[in-house]
Ligand binder design. Sequence first.
Ligand code: GH3
Ligand code: MG
Ligand code: MG
Length: 446
Amino acid sequence: MNNKFFRLFIIIAALAILYYVIPKGTEMIALSYCVMLAGLYCERFFRGAAFAGSLLASFIIIKYAGGHVFVCVASIILFLSVIPIPYYFMNKTKKEEKELSAENAKLKERHTDILAENFRVCEKRKKYEDNIERIMQLYIIGRDLSKNVYMEDYADTVLRAISGRAGVINVSVFMREKGTWKPLAFSKLSLKEEWVKYMSDNKYSVLEKESGCVMAAAPAFCAPEESVVFWPLKIEHELLGCILLTVEKEYVSCYVEEGAIFGPQIALGARRVNLFAEMSERSRNDGLTGLYLKRYFMERLRSEIQREKRYAGGFYLIMLDIDYFKKVNDKYGHLTGDKVLCAIAKILVDCVRPGDLVGRYGGEEFIVFMPMATQYAAKTVAQEINNMVKNKKFHENGENFNVTISAGISSYPKDGQTIDQIIEAADTALYSAKEKGRNSVVLYGR
Ligand code: GH3
Ligand code: MG
Ligand code: MG
């Protein structure tokens, strides 16, 4: 039952009981006061209840108070004067309620603001956390890159570092070499041909001009929701290479931004690897002829002889020396002598088989290592070199001239067990060739 009606029912029931229980007469005064109080109380639930209660109380007191005029008048004045009291309190309560609800609305608004602020802070924090993670990844990539000394390992590290990241579909690494794009590493090898063609079309010579990362629509062999982001690897406007990322469209701006941070770091790594390659090539190869230097050649020879020993194999060595080279220098000058050395080095490289090693052993002495060769093959190669050198025409000071070369051949294990012994044997054979009148090929012990 409704609470309001229930209370009213209780009050009416209480009044009725009082009416019957309290004896008629002056006791009715008490009843009239009770009615008045009940009316006051009920005003909260029913508008006008205080007024009705006061009227009823006045009626009771007039009818049953037994003619006590003073009591009647005083009571009626009292009854009527209390009518505004509930209104006063109710108005006050209403005002307070209004103020409270206004305050409440303000608090709610503030709560919404705080929630929004909290959301913004969370977003910001997430962004900062993402940035920290990116910086950490940068640090890790930088650290990993600095460990690589060979370009292939370096390209693989770059590939591994980028290809697993959110939104990245494909990564290709290219290096710039003599005006062309040299393909180095691909996260999807199945698309290698397509990307190589895409880059060699040279559409992106724009990379040479642009200073930052470039974004482009994905080519036809990619899905329509993909985009291409180019990270040019540049150091002081020199384009060293390019990392090509295929990313989901929504990640484009993110990776363009990251390229601006990662790009220079990766470019620095590429420069370092290039410098290392250049340095090691310089320490390995002779600057004039491009052939292996004696020191590197001997190192290779040592490891090769170990292998031959392990597999019980054999190899041949050819030592070559240009005949009367001093005369060439004396007659035509050292620069011409250098040209002759280069031409002969080229003949050597052209004559040997793939897998053979050619070194510059001394000033105008050369050495050829022929693994798993037969005596016939070694002799044929030496003879071919001899013929080609003899037939090579040089031109200087309006004069044609040619040079000849002598060769001595030795073999492992027949002519010695150590490198020194085999080299000595080849040297002895070479000496014999010189003794025989030069321009000839001699096998050790023959
Ligand atoms: P042969 O070997 O037939 O006995 O006579 P040769 O005149 O070649 O004698 P030798 O092997 O002793 O001479 C080596 C010469 O090679 C001496 C030097 O002038 C020259 N030579 C050594 N290195 C270079 C070089 O890098 N450039 C030039 N132009 N000459 C060099
Ligand atoms: Mg010599
Ligand atoms: Mg010589």
